[in-house]
Design a protein around this ligand. Structure first.
Ligand code: AMP
Length: 280
């Protein structure tokens, strides 16, 4: 497995693969890798000849009071895991490689970025669109693989690529979960034993709401009851719990085809998000 730290190194490796007519996939990550990331790598290996994983803890998508400083950064563990999966190249730039002194360009999207996590984390998706644009330009992959766990991010990346005519295909992959339904997340590592027990309520609540909506229960009622349920189960607060169209992210209406239930809730210092399809 190659490990490139510099933009020129990843570019020359990709250029060589291109000369040989190979199809290239990229899996962008922030490190702290788990089985969810591995599922993206495996999906990438199915659709491409060569797989690049990027590991970059992007500071511009973290708010001033968020967890950038404590985010797991065990790079040797991440690299061993990727090597075992047969990844071809890891791109692991420094902050200065991505944002050198004098860097001044932002990539700002309207609309999809203003709701749900965008409303709660101002500037977060500006950081995402900025870094994804840079990574796509650096790597020049044919296909990029993202997780459905971060559904809003996935839709934003799809729109970014469409709006700016980026020559890359976006592949979304299903959320990998613990046996009790909790979506795997690097941030689950922050959860203490008791909090870990509480955390499972998020997926259960979203699934229940999705079923209720499919069975005709009014969305506001189903969502409000589930919010109360999450607080009752031990969550400190609920940022949002809403049923929205999976593509436009507008509030969903009957017949709820393509609708999803989205939730974000806070447990101590940890903010968890998840989403499930309405089964209609
Ligand atoms: P992150 O390193 O958290 O920025 O995530 C990198 C990629 O992994 C994103 O496309 C995420 O949506 C995806 N991802 C994170 N958790 C999961 C999961 N449990 N199942 C599938 N994909 C995931």
């Amino acid at each position: 497995m190659g490990v490139a730290k510099k933009v020129v190194d990843v570019r020359s490796c990709v250029a060589e693969w291109r000369r040989n007519g190979l199809r290239i996939a990229v899996v962008p990550t922030m490190g702290g890798l788990h089985a969810g990331h591995v599922s993206l790598v495996r999906a990438a290996q199915v659709v491409a000849d060569r797989v690049i994983v990027t590991i970059f803890l992007n500071p511009t998508q973290f708010g001033a009071h968020e967890d950038l400083g404590m985010y797991p950064a065990e790079r040797n563990r991440d690299l061993a895991l990727l090597e075992a999966e047969g990844v071809d190249l890891v791109f692991m730039p420094t902050r200065e490689d991505i944002y050198p002194p004098g860097f001044a360009t932002r990539v700002v999207m309207d609309d999809l970025t203003d709701l749900m996590c965008g409303a709660l984390r101002p500037g977060h998706f500006d950081g995402v669109t900025q870094v994804v644009t840079k990574l796509f330009n650096i790597v020049g992959a044919d296909v990029a693989v993202f997780g459905e766990k971060d559904w809003q991010q996935l839709q934003i990346v799809r729109k970014l690529v469409a709006d700016l005519n980026m020559p890359v295909e976006i592949l979304g992959c299903p959320t990998v979960r613990e046996p009790d339904g909790l979506a795997l997340s690097t941030r689950n590592g922050y959860l203490s034993g008791d909090a870990r027990d509480v955390a499972r309520a998020l997926y259960r609540s979203l699934s229940l709401v999705a079923e209720e909506i499919a069975n005709g229960v009014p969305t506001e009622l189903a969502c409000a009851q589930a919010e109360d349920g999450l607080r009752g189960a031990g969550f400190d607060s609920v940022d949002y719990l809403e049923c929205r169209d999976g593509e436009t992210l507008r509030l969903a209406m009957a017949p709820f085809k393509g609708a999803r239930v989205f939730g974000a809730a806070v447990l101590g210092e940890t903010r968890l998000i998840d989403n499930v399809a309405v089964p209609v």
